[in-house]
Design a binder for this molecule. Structure first.
Ligand code: DMJ
Length: 460
């Protein structure tokens, strides 16, 4: 599948950002390509042993990536896909040009944090450093630290991480109305962050919020910094208490509104595909700290994974909708955009439990993708998971190659292929070694026992 997705991109879309897999042409996010698909694909190609394709992708990236292009780019997307992709490629390749390119990109990107409040702008012009667009959301301003801390560690230049750490400290200090939950939006005075809004705030772990919570856990796993684990534990408790919704034996994580007038939290009636990553997050969080109610959180991870998978099983295509009703009777948004979150959680559950059911899910998923999303010129998302024959949306997002196909591959690979005690995946599935391993060997991991040396399946 990776060969088909990649070769189709090369034939019909290179050097654009993404492939239109039905109309067989390329597509750019902006006026200049950031080579999103090649950069996002580097580590997947290498991991799968597709060496000649990896080498030609690398040459393309080293030659053509315009890190000073006169375009406004999303700070978040550029960080997770382009910076994360370059760093992860370097993790597995001695070529210093990859790290050099990543570092030069990071220098441009972190200018987005040069604001009076220290909170990053949503977009930045890579050339001029000028900011554009509305303020960043929780996921956007709160998901920069994994990549930049890695860069700081491997270059020995702590300043790369300093500003993004300040963002997290700012969040810690900001008042929140529900401990552990952070509104998706933000309200920034000139000098500091405020998380309090009059009227109504929306919380969730799906769109505009997801990777913020994911990174609390992963930055602790990568560095051993206990502050992040404390924040993660508070958030896990609050998500479980206010957002998790059990109904008819299923477990959802819909968004919820906090109403200030009545001081109540009202859950929405749909759950987003993006929230399905939380199966893996809760299970990993539980096994890396077996204290208090860890078993409850491990079960929560299992239940979310199971419910997300059932969302796939019940459709005509065998693929899951963008949003499912929490009564499981309607899909409020029936698109399938080749997203990874469900197979990501299935992959974690396989590694953590060894239960064969997870590999069975992977086989079914693979069959459904080939049957309904494969075209002669790539793989396409679906306009509706309930429509047969499949109605194709003509998009092959770069995250399909970076994440969906990688997690699917890893589900069937042995544990030595990206061992979970040695790597964390950034939110675009780019593996980065944790302190003490790989490129971060020799950097002490801090004050926590992360279960290093225990066998996979038993504990991370
Ligand atoms: C990816 O770019 C990342 O996983 C991000 O955190 C959320 N959205 C997409 C995939 O669905």
């Amino acid at each position: 599948m990776m060969i088909h997705a990649w070769d189709s991109y090369v034939q019909y879309a290179s050097p654009d950002d993404e492939l239109r897999p039905v109309s067989a042409r390329g597509f750019n996010w902006s006026t200049t390509s950031l080579l999103a698909t090649p950069v996002d694909s580097l580590d997947t190609l290498r991991l799968m042993g597709l060496e000649s394709r990896y080498q030609s992708a690398k040459i393309l990236v080293l030659k053509e990536l315009k890190i000073d292009a006169d375009i406004g780019v999303s700070v978040f997307e550029t960080n997770i896909r382009i910076l994360g992709g370059l760093l992860s490629a370097w993790e597995f390749d001695d070529d210093p040009r990859l790290l050099d390119l990543a570092e030069r990109l990071a220098v441009r990107l972190i200018r987005a944090l040069d604001t009076p409040s220290g909170m990053p702008d949503r977009t930045i012009n890579l050339n001029s450093g000028g900011a554009e667009g509305p303020p960043a959301t929780l996921a956007e301003y709160g998901s920069l630290q994994l990549e930049l801390q890695y860069l700081a560690d491997v270059t020995g230049k702590p300043h790369y991480a300093k500003k993004v750490r300040m963002v997290i400290y700012e969040i810690i200090q900001a008042n929140t109305t529900v401990k552990g939950l952070y509104p998706k939006g933000r309200h920034c005075s000139h000098t500091h962050l405020s998380l309090i809004e009059r009227g109504k705030e929306t919380f969730g772990i799906g769109p505009n919020a997801d990777s913020f919570y994911e990174y609390l856990l992963k930055i602790w796993m990568a560095t051993g910094d206990a502050k992040f684990r404390t924040m993660y534990d508070e958030s896990a408790e609050a998500i479980n208490k206010y957002l998790v919704h059990h109904r008819n034996g299923r477990t959802y994580v819909p968004d919820a509104d906090l109403r200030h007038d009545t001081n109540t939290v009202a859950k929405h009636t749909t759950s987003h595909h993006l929230a399905c990553f939380a199966g893996g997050m809760f299970a990993t969080g539980a096994l890396t700290r077996r204290e208090d109610n860890w078993e409850q959180f491990f079960q929560l991870g299992k239940q979310i994974t199971q419910t997300c998978w059932e969302g796939y099983e019940k459709t005509a295509t065998g693929l899951g909708p963008e949003q499912v009703g929490t009564a499981f009777n309607t899909d409020s948004d029936g698109r399938y955009m080749l997203r990874p979150e469900t197979i990501e959680s299935v992959f974690y559950m396989w590694r953590l439990t060894r239960e064969p059911i997870y590999r069975s899910m992977g086989r079914v998923f693979l069959t459904s993708l080939n049957k309904h999303c494969r075209t002669d010129t790539g793989f396409s998302g679906l306009r509706s998971v309930s429509t047969l024959p499949a109605s194709l949306d003509d998009v092959q997002p770069s995250f399909f190659l970076a994440e969906t196909l990688k997690y699917l591959y890893l589900l069937f690979a042995d544990d030595d292929t990206i061992p979970l005690e040695a790597y964390v995946f950034n939110t675009e599935a780019h593996p980065l070694s944790v302190r003490g391993w790989g490129r971060r060997r020799g950097i002490p991991r801090g004050d926590v026992d992360l279960g290093v040396g225990r066998s996979a399946g038993e504990e991370l």
